[in-house]
Design a protein around this ligand. Structure first.
Ligand SMILES: NC(=O)c1ccc[n+]([C@@H]2O[C@H](COP(=O)([O-])OP(=O)(O)OC[C@H]3O[C@@H](n4cnc5c(N)ncnc54)[C@H](O)[C@@H]3O)[C@@H](O)[C@H]2O)c1
Ligand SMILES: CCCCC[C@H](O)CC\C=C/C=C/C=C/[C@@H](O)[C@@H](O)CCCC(=O)O
Length: 259
């Protein structure tokens, strides 16, 4: 991957579980892409403080706006000269406006992956790279309060595994993996309390809290560690990394299909 080269990253969905403090990359160039200006500027200020000015750029962008997303990739490449790592992390939890949830959590991950390939794949004459698509343990443990969120996170896994096969078979030089955290201590967790987000499923909020108590809540630093492993291990392609309090960082295994 580009990690050894300290190559440019694009990180879509900035709040990103407060991840940046926990990435220990010696030479870092990163574009933080987020809808929320305050969050994006805070991330950039953290990066400036940690790594020095000029290594990062904040690009305000709604990932559901196709042209804006394309521009965000182009601006990143214009600024840093190339792209090595893409993390499709932006996600929302909105069962009331569930079409938007599909747009952000699934459609934009697909678009972000295709744009990443345009800038990194050998198919396009580029040098290779690595992509992480963020799913969730919700894809493995169904719960009544998030049917559409759950569907999108299933979709992210299916899309990523199929694309990883395509990348390997057609020699894109790009590894594509998926990361599935359990509950993580970020603002997203609080959205389950809000009728505006959950619609009629808000009545299950106590069940949701019970699940959190049962399974525990992860700190963002462990998610950063998982991402670093996906980025730096050249053997990983099509991997489904799970991160839970009980088992830490581990991988889902699939039974081979019998004929
Ligand atoms: N927090 C958890 O418990 C948890 C668990 C499993 C998976 N996840 C996944 O991790 C990812 C990050 O979530 P988080 O917990 O850091 O949430 P968060 O709400 O703290 O951060 C998500 C970021 O995405 C940005 N974003 C939302 N919609 C956007 C859009 N249309 N365009 C651009 N940016 C947009 C937000 O502004 C925010 O900064 C999501 O995909 C989420 O589904 C979270
Ligand atoms: C409000 C939106 C936030 C979404 C929250 C997450 O996306 C949903 C996380 C859902 C479930 C987490 C379950 C965790 C379980 C584990 O601790 C573990 O016991 C399961 C182990 C299964 C395995 O690893 O094979």
């Amino acid at each position: 991957s580009g990690l050894q080269r300290g190559g440019p990253w694009i990180f879509l969905g900035a709040q990103g579980q407060g991840l940046f403090q926990d990435f220990c990359v010696p030479v870092l160039q990163v574009a933080v892409v987020d809808l929320n200006k305050t969050v994006g500027e805070q991330c950039q200020a953290q990066l400036d403080a940690e790594f020095g000015e000029g290594r990062s750029v904040f690009i305000q962008c709604d990932v559901t706006h196709g042209d804006a997303l394309r521009d965000a990739f182009q601006r990143t490449v214009d600024q840093f000269g190339r792209l090595d790592i893409v993390i499709n992390n932006a996600g929302i939890n909105n069962e009331k406006n569930w079409e938007k949830t599909i747009q952000v959590n699934l459609t934009s991950v697909i678009k972000g992956t295709y744009l990443a390939l345009e800038h990194m794949s050998k198919e396009y004459g580029k040098q290779g790279g690595t992509i992480i698509n963020v799913s969730s343990m919700a894809a493995f443990l169904h719960s009544p309060h998030q049917p559409v969120y759950t569907a999108t996170k299933h979709g992210v896994i299916g899309f990523t595994r199929a694309m990883a096969d395509a990348a390997a078979q057609d020699d894109y030089g790009v590894r594509i993996n998926v990361l599935c955290p359990a509950f993580v201590d970020t603002p997203l967790l609080h959205t389950v309390e809000e009728e505006d987000n959950m619609g009629k499923f808000v009545k299950f909020k106590d069940d949701f809290k019970q699940s959190m108590n049962k399974f525990g809540v992860l700190q963002p630093s462990l998610i950063a560690e998982g991402m670093m492993r996906l980025i730096s291990d050249p053997s990983l392609n099509g991997a489904v990394m799970k991160i839970t309090c009980a088992k830490g960082i581990h991988f889902h295994t699939y039974e081979p299909m019998s004929a």
